[in-house]
Each structure stands twice: as C-alpha cells, then as structure tokens.
Design a protein around this ligand. Structure first.
Ligand code: ZN
Ligand code: ZN
Length: 317
C-alpha cells in the first residue's frame, strides 16, 4: 500500500493495543495481527484497509461522522486516550496561528484578553461547540494577521536554531576542556615520574648527602608543577577545569591515586624542637593538649604542633 500519512513529529512509537477493533469493518487484532489503526482529523479510528477502500478514489465522507476526509489526512495514533491525542493536536495547531508573545502587547491586560480569546477558541474545538463558526473565526484571524503570524513563526524557528547551536557549542567546549584537562594530568604525572627516576639515579650515583638530594628534588618538582600551572593559565593555552569533573576528581584523589611520598604534605616539618612538656593556662587549649587514649604525651604534642604549622602555612623547606 502506498499510503502517505502525516508523520508524527515527536518520533514516538504509534500506539497499539491488543484489543484494538476497527469501528468500521470490525476486524480486530486477534484475527489480524498486523492490523494498523489510523486516526482521522475528526478523531475517528479506522484500519488501513478501510482507509484504502473508502478514500483511494478521492475525498469521501467519514463513515462515522460524515466529515469529508482525504486519505492523506489520517495519522498514526500516539496516545492511548484519543481525547489527549485530540487536545495535543488542537493546541499545537492553535499555537502556530495564535503565536503572539507578551512583549507585542502594550499592557498585561491586553495580553490576558488575547490569551483568554485563544483559550476560548481551543475550548470550543475540544468540546465540539460551534465548530463551524470557530473555524471561520480562526480563518479570519489567520487572514488578518498573516504577516505577523509568519514573522513570529520565523522568529521562533530562529530562536530554536540559536538554542540548538548554543547547545552544540557547549558540548564541544565540554569535550575540549576534558581533553585539555586529561592532557595536563598526564604531563604532570610524567613530570613526577621523571623527577622520581632522576632522584633514584642521583641517590645511586652522587656522593652528596641523601637528605640534601631529596630536598633538591622536591624543589625541582615544585617548580615544574608551578611552571605547568602558569603555562596553563596563559591566555590562548587557557585551561578551565570542567565543572562536571567536580566530585569525580575528589573521589579519585581519595581512593584511586596512590600516596606519593614525595608530595609536600608528607614532608617532615623539622622547624621546631619538641619540648618534654608545655605549660598552658588557657582552659580550652589545655584540654586539647591532653592526648586521647593510646597516645604518648610527646607524640600528641608533635601532632598538635605539626597541625598548627600546617595551618599557618609556614614554608616547609
Ligand atoms: Zn477497518
Ligand atoms: Zn469522523
């Protein structure tokens, strides 16, 4: 069969039920598994062979309500409830004709009056009240506001297109940012790896003090990572961390990345000499100085001091 139906634009699958019956020829899905029901503009269902039989010779009356129909006016049913189907189609049709926006009106009052008129027309069509007059009213309005309607349709299309382009652009930028971010992580990892190899070689070959060599290595590592950061913040080679990596990166930090003993936070804070005891008169601090169970007092002092030095960000090297 070479029937042309109005395609359903939402790309939704057509609705089908096991107990479908064609109201015209009474064939049902039980007897005819491949039966396809279509809906007419007067919202009456009939099967493909009925449509072919009744309308292939040209326009003919609907066998249910006598409205004149064409074969090409039938469409596939999308919603189970035909009243929903009807309302959606009517509203879609009306919104294409009555497509004015609020900024086209001088006052809110005028805009509200306009909306009320549109709703009234929609209501009459939905409930089959004065359909003939309503259709004439719509036709009159379309004729009178022809230019305005098509201008508004054009504008809507343009806005939709712009919105789509903006979306595509955002997607592209997301991909680009992610790529740059991964590249940066990779090169930082490589720099760390190189520094480690370098350190091992130096430790094995140099006759300098091992502690000195480790310190030097840490400084080099810090410098190279700072260089990396400044390089990435330059305009042109810009880098902005993609927002959707928030959280994702955090969990990586905590769970997946192995502890790097060369990182600053694990370096020894050797800038203070631990006293055997501390005198403190402030009650709150005094309380904090008491070790919790299992801690030796001196160990507790060390933790407290280290925490304090870390807090005020005293240079560690
Ligand atoms: Zn039929
Ligand atoms: Zn009908």
């Amino acid at each position: 069969m070479d029937m042309i139906y109005i395609a359903n634009k939402q790309n939704l699958p057509p609705f089908q039920a096991d107990n479908d019956v064609c109201p015209v020829c009474h064939s049902d899905r039980y007897l005819n598994q491949s039966m396809k029901l279509f809906v007419s503009p007067c919202y009456h269902k009939m099967c493909e062979s009925c449509i072919e039989r009744l309308f292939s010779m040209g326009p003919a009356p609907c066998p249910i309500c006598s409205q004149i129909l064409r074969k090409t006016n039938f469409y596939q049913q999308v919603f189970e409830d035909l009243t929903v189907e009807k309302e959606i189609r009517i509203r879609a049709r009306i919104s294409k004709i009555f497509n004015r926006t609020q900024n086209e009106f001088k006052t809110l009052r005028e805009y509200n009056d306009y909306l009320e008129m549109v709703e009234d027309i929609t209501f009459r069509l939905l409930n089959n009240e004065n359909v003939q007059e309503t259709e004439e009213e719509i036709a009159r309005y379309s004729q009178q506001h022809k230019d305005q309607i098509s201008a508004n349709l054009e504008r809507q299309k343009r806005e939709k297109r712009i919105e789509q382009l903006r979306k595509e652009q955002t997607e592209k930028e997301k991909d680009k940012n992610l790529e740059e971010y991964l590249e940066m992580i990779e090169s930082e990892e490589k720099a760390k790896e190189d520094a480690k190899t370098d350190l091992i070689t130096k430790l094995a070959t140099s006759d300098k003090d091992a502690k000195e060599i480790i310190k030097e290595n840490l400084i080099t590592l810090k410098r190279s990572s700072m260089r990396q950061k400044s390089k990435n913040s330059q305009p042109g080679g810009y880098y902005s961390r993609p927002q959707y990596l928030d959280g994702l990166e955090e969990s990586e930090d905590e769970e997946d990345v192995p502890i790097n003993p060369f990182e600053d936070s694990y370096a020894d804070i050797g800038n203070f000499t631990l006293k055997p005891s501390y005198v403190e008169n402030n009650q709150i601090v005094k309380k904090a100085l008491n070790p919790s169970g299992g801690f030796v007092q001196s160990m507790h002092y060390r933790y407290m001091l280290e925490a304090a030095f870390n807090g005020v960000d005293i240079p560690q090297l």
